[in-house]
Design a protein around this ligand. Sequence first.
Ligand code: HEC
Ligand code: HEC
Ligand code: HEC
Ligand code: HEC
Ligand code: HEC
Ligand code: HEC
Length: 343
Amino acid sequence: MNKDNPMGFEHEGFFITSSPTPQQCGKCHIRETNEFEHSRHAGPAWLALTGWDKFTPAQKKLTEGIPELTRGPNGIPTATRNAIFEMEGPNVTPAACQVCHSIGEPNKDGSIGNCSKCHLRHEFSLAQVRKPEVCGQCHLGPDHPQDEIYRESAHGVIYATEGDKWNWSQVPGRLTTRDFPAPTCATCHMSGFGGQGTTHEVGTRLSKFLFAAISTDRPNAIQNRRNMQAICSNCHTQPFIDSVYRRADSVTAFVNRKVQKASDIISGLIEDGIITSKPFATTISYDAFDLWHYYGRTAKFAAYMGGPDYVQWHGVYPLLRQLQRVKEDAARLRADHKAGAGR
Ligand code: HEC
Ligand code: HEC
Ligand code: HEC
Ligand code: HEC
Ligand code: HEC
Ligand code: HEC
């Protein structure tokens, strides 16, 4: 790139543009780009909003090859979730969904996504991207409070109180507990640490589809779980790690059962012609959505990431109250329907 271009800037002795796509970064960083494009941070993030609309056949083919994009309800976004994007429309979504999900928006040059959503523009520092605030731009709020959970966890507290003494710019792949005595989001999900190599394929350390209403195992669940536990085992014993996962699996199974109950109630109402199958046409359909999308998910995320308050008071307790509300509303709707039919 021409050094006189006002949009250009210097990066490791090269001049590149200020709004680069992965195609440009990928000229020099082939491995990272390839891994990123095969993660849910790429195509699946955009697919969750609009479906395949903006994808070229080549971009579609690449995205379909992602192991974490399984067929069926846990891989392809459901109609219900797309429905909010439709419902809110272009007056809202460019300032909402799209700001976060554009991390995987298909680009005109054939590449997918935007590296600069994490490597914030003009700043390729490892210190920046290893800090939880970078992930917290998107991973927060009632539907995925990972940032809040991390802050509550022992790990987050050590980061907040002692992080200024850590060796943030250690060379990738050489990080050890000497540099990072406690993990950040990047340490557990992306960094090379102990025996694990650095990865931009963020699904490779995850065993469950936690974001789904009912959480099932991922395609490579056993290996993925080993990959994550190899990070923990730099600092914890295997019996301790096993007990954390056992507790978390048990919370997940509990949440699955409750969500299934609510889902059965809603499908019963639809089958009996009491409410329409159109998403978000009735209050009870909002309530059933909040039940898993806010409370169920929160409890599951927090169980694996060390946030007891999010398992309990932001998770399971409001989940139970919400299930009760759905039950009572369904009974009322049925009674009203019966009374209406008798008239
Ligand atoms: C012209 C080649 C080139 C391009 C294009 C390029 N980089 Fe780099 N980048 C390098 C080199 C060389 C290094 C230093 C050696 C290394 O660590 O691989 C580097 C290092 C990095 C680092 C690590 C910095 C560190 O402190 O070790 C990051 C992160 C990075 N680049 C991100 C990007 C992103 C994101 C893009 C696209 C916006 C990009 N690079 C485009 C050549 C390039
Ligand atoms: C603050 C950033 C942010 C906003 C705004 C946002 N999302 Fe998300 N969304 C995320 C993150 C982060 C996840 C990943 C949660 C996880 O995997 O645990 C996610 C997950 C999802 C998923 C589940 C994953 C999948 O591919 O099925 C869907 C669907 C989704 N979002 C749709 C939307 C829609 C529609 C909107 C707007 C109405 C929206 N999101 C607004 C950040 C955001
Ligand atoms: C989800 C956030 C995120 C996105 C998106 C992202 N990166 Fe990174 N990247 C990271 C983190 C975190 C690290 C530091 C890993 C570590 O601790 O060693 C990193 C490290 C790097 C490095 C240095 C790694 C090494 O082994 O030398 C390069 C180069 C890089 N990223 C390039 C890219 C490119 C190119 C893209 C887009 C195709 C991209 N990144 C997208 C989070 C991200
Ligand atoms: C610009 C917004 C954004 C940023 C910044 C971001 N993410 Fe994400 N992340 C998302 C979205 C959106 C999804 C959900 C994609 C989908 O499944 O549709 C996601 C999904 C994930 C997942 C689940 C992947 C899977 O296979 O289900 C992990 C793990 C993750 N992100 C970790 C991180 C980490 C660690 C960082 C910081 C280094 C980070 N993210 C930064 C938006 C972001
Ligand atoms: C101590 C390690 C650790 C730290 C620190 C950590 N996570 Fe996690 N994270 C996990 C584990 C373990 C899981 C569940 C893995 C599984 O499915 O087997 C998980 C799950 C997730 C998921 C859910 C993906 C899905 O299936 O929906 C996202 C997204 C995520 N983490 C993002 C983050 C973000 C963002 C941060 C920082 C604010 C963070 N994590 C901090 C270990 C960690
Ligand atoms: C870089 C080191 C490091 C890594 C990696 C790490 N932890 Fe920790 N963890 C700590 C430290 C330090 C504490 C503080 C309490 C202590 O010393 O045990 C802690 C505390 C915890 C606690 C709270 C313990 C309690 O009794 O309150 C849990 C649960 C936990 N870690 C689980 C995990 C899991 C699961 C993983 C992997 C997904 C993991 N940790 C990865 C260093 C680490």
